[in-house]
Design a binder for this molecule. Structure first.
Ligand code: SF4
Length: 688
């Protein structure tokens, strides 16, 4: 009996799905997962998790896991040993670098991988190859929010903690289906709303669960959030409700900003957004009456041609009303993947080193050149949107991508797939043979979070450690080891024995993480950046100053950008987002029986009006076609959407994949695809 029990093990880990960053103990026996047990001391979630955190782990032992390197042979792959796969990569990388130069190569890091792995990927690109062509998938979701915050308050992260959101007197949720996308965080808001009298305002195209609970639900026209936000801010200023002392002591640029608001009159806003003036005044009054307001936003804001500007407008509103630097207030862009925050924190960006220091800054570059003993180019590299067009133009020849299913999640998929086919050499590192991996020349088998150590940084800038639950399956390896082997083949001479050594090096170079050590993160301990070298961390930002030379925030004038317009025949607006049970392209959740038994497939939500007009019923199969491609899906009639607005969850990896419809149109400041700006026409394929 003692023998048998000794095989039962309890390991603390951090959820691999969303940016809330729940942590919990996993009980296992050999490779069997017995249960997931959240603990009181878990900083982001306490004893809660959602269905994904609790039941979404069967994928770890899936028979579809990659357990051997694969090498392309004609239209298929054959299994290979690591030695052969790595030798092939070494040869092709050297050849591309020598023949076409370092900038002919592109690197995609992963916001599902650990901080240490993102650090190594950009170190490989910059330090070993000599190119700044490195990016990660926050380009697809959250980079506009980061830019909006850089412009105004100087740090690209949530300004406080989940506990601040809980304490706020007023919470405004803009373009975020929080209940399904960030379930445990949504539970906190729901609880404060119900028990503590917290007010809740929701702005969305779709009447999702949070909207149902809201004190005020507003449904502006798609892509017009900046206009109502600016009209509300202007109204607040005109009523004399701005926080004068906060503005005069802590904020620059008031006059120019107020001038820029001139055109955002209530009349103009009514006309553009379709919202009645009274509703916008109600929002202004609510902000005025609350001592503390927190604004939560997500992809409904960022995935537009003006995504960065709308994020900026949110931050401007918070500055005008003094809602920064005090408990219960602030800006909360809700990070999607578990480690979206960390992937950017650790420099998987074409223009930023770890800790967001600029590549173009000579002193910063000199620091890294000295630290790594290499030369680093001064010019920013290509972002992943530019990489795709760079491949089409023949400039990018080789790509090394880890842990991203770019061939499903990027917009305008047909265009992206054509690009993959044009690459001279394509290495994909993943735990499954993803859609993207099917285009690869070499596929390297990686290990999921349960099979490695490292750290993740959640949406509230909280850095947490994960411990190894299982050994890597078959011949798969943790990403950090694979990247190190690739780098060493190219002469890097890296000698990391454990991710803690990678963190120690990173912390010595990046002030934002200066005091982060594995000891300080042991067990359920966590730190929120910036972390000073003595280990003092920062749950709430901007208490005394903003990280600009004069310590003051900046109001930043922005203009509304009209969303992409389509020809009249594309008469339906296609909104999209997550389902509670599934995660993104579904690579992990569709391989977890605990989840597929509950939610087998996706559907298109259509309004009762549209259903009546076109003769649609639950189960009617339709084809939606945009100028870029088409999808086939069954309908679900629901009053969550209205009129010609339809909603397609983004979790299908097959013929319902939303990105066959999306275009290459993008946010003008960050190249984040305007996923939310799609129109399509509909034809009925099969009635029920
Ligand atoms: Fe995981 Fe997010 Fe669910 Fe928490 S809320 S268990 S982090 S998916």
């Amino acid at each position: 009996a003692a023998m048998r029990e000794s095989r039962i093990k309890k390991t603390k880990t951090v959820c691999t799905y969303c940016g809330v960053g729940c942590s919990f103990d996993v009980w296992t026996k050999d490779r069997k997962i017995l249960k997931v047990e959240p603990q009181m001391e878990a900083p982001a979630n306490g004893i809660s998790t959602c269905i994904k955190g609790k039941f979404g782990w069967d994928f770890v032992n899936s028979e579809e896991r990659l357990t051997k390197p694969l090498i392309r042979e004609g239209d298929s792959f054959r299994e290979a040993e690591w030695e052969e796969a790595l030798a092939l990569i070494e040869g092709k990388f050297r050849e591309a670098k020598d023949t076409y130069g370092p900038d002919s190569m592109a690197f995609i890091s992963s916001s599902k991988c650990t901080n240490e792995e993102s650090y190594l990927m950009q170190k490989l690109a910059r330090g070993v190859i000599g190119t700044n062509n490195v990016d990660n998938c926050s380009r697809y979701c959250q980079t506009p929010a980061t830019v909006g915050l850089f412009r105004t308050v100087g740090y690209g992260g949530d300004s406080g903690s989940i506990t601040d959101i809980e304490q706020a007197e007023l919470v405004i949720v803009v373009g975020s289906n929080t209940s399904e996308s960030h379930p445990v965080l949504a539970t906190r808001v729901k609880r404060s709303h119900k028990l503590k009298g917290q007010k809740l305002i929701v702005s969305d195209l779709r009447k999702h669960e949070m909207a149902d609970r809201a004190d005020l639900f507003i449904q502006p026209r798609a892509g017009t959030d900046l206009v109502w936000l600016s009209a509300v801010t202007k109204y607040i200023v005109e009523q004399g409700w701005a926080d004068e002392s906060f503005l005069s002591n802590r904020v620059n640029g008031l006059d120019d900003y107020v001038k820029s608001l001139e055109k955002y009159t209530m009349e103009y806003a009514e006309q553009v957004t379709g919202l009645p003036k009274e509703m916008m005044i109600q929002v202004a009054e609510a902000v005025h009456e609350a001592d503390t307001t927190s604004v939560l936003w997500a992809m409904g804001v960022t995935q537009h041609s003006g995504g960065s500007d709308t994020s900026t407008a949110i931050s401007n509103l918070l500055l005008i009303t003094g809602n920064y630097g005090k408990p219960g207030a602030g800006s909360y862009p809700l990070r999607g993947h578990n480690n979206v925050q960390g992937a950017s924190d650790f420099g998987s960006m074409p223009d930023r080193f770890p800790g967001y220091e600029k590549v173009a800054d000579d002193a910063v570059r000199a620091k890294y050149e000295k630290g790594w003993g290499v030369k680093i180019p001064a010019d920013p590299g290509l972002n992943n949107h530019e990489m795709v067009s760079g491949i089409h133009a023949g400039d990018v020849k080789v790509m090394y991508l880890k842990g991203e299913d770019m061939g499903l999640v990027d917009s305008n998929l047909n265009y992206v797939h054509e690009a993959f086919e044009k690459l001279d050499f394509f290495v994909v590192q993943d735990i499954f043979l993803s859609k993207t991996a099917q285009y690869a020349d070499v596929v390297l088998p990686a290990a999921p979070s349960f099979e490695k150590e490292g750290t993740f940084t959640n949406t509230e800038r909280r850095i947490q450690r994960l411990y190894q639950v299982f050994e890597p399956l078959g011949d798969s390896k943790p990403d950090w080891q694979i990247i190190m082997e690739v780098a060493n083949r190219l002469g890097a001479g890296w000698t990391y024995n454990h991710p803690s050594e990678i963190m120690a090096e990173a912390a010595s170079l990046m002030p934002l993480y200066a005091g982060v050590t594995y000891d300080r993160l042991s067990g359920y301990n966590s730190l929120q950046w910036p972390v000073a070298s003595d280990g003092t961390d920062s749950p709430l930002l901007f208490l005394d100053e903003f990280p600009f030379p004069d310590g003051k925030a900046r109001l930043f004038p922005v203009e509304w950008t009209k969303p992409l317009e389509y020809e009249e025949e594309y008469d339906l607006h296609v909104n999209n987002g997550r389902l509670l049970e599934h995660f993104h392209e579904g690579n992990m959740t569709y391989k977890s029986k605990g989840i597929t038994s509950k939610t087998p497939s996706v559907f298109l939500e259509v309004s009762p009006e549209l259903a009546a007009e076109r003769g649609l019923e639950d189960g009617t199969v339709v084809r939606l076609t945009s100028p870029h491609g088409s999808v086939k899906v069954p309908c679900l009639v629901t009053d969550r959407v209205k009129g010609k607005e339809v909603y397609l969850p983004m979790n299908d990896s097959d013929e319902g994949a939303i990105n066959y419809l999306t275009s290459s149109h993008a946010d003008k400041d960050t190249d984040t695809p305007a996923y939310k700006e799609i129109s399509a026409k509909m034809e009925i394929l099969k009635t029920k």
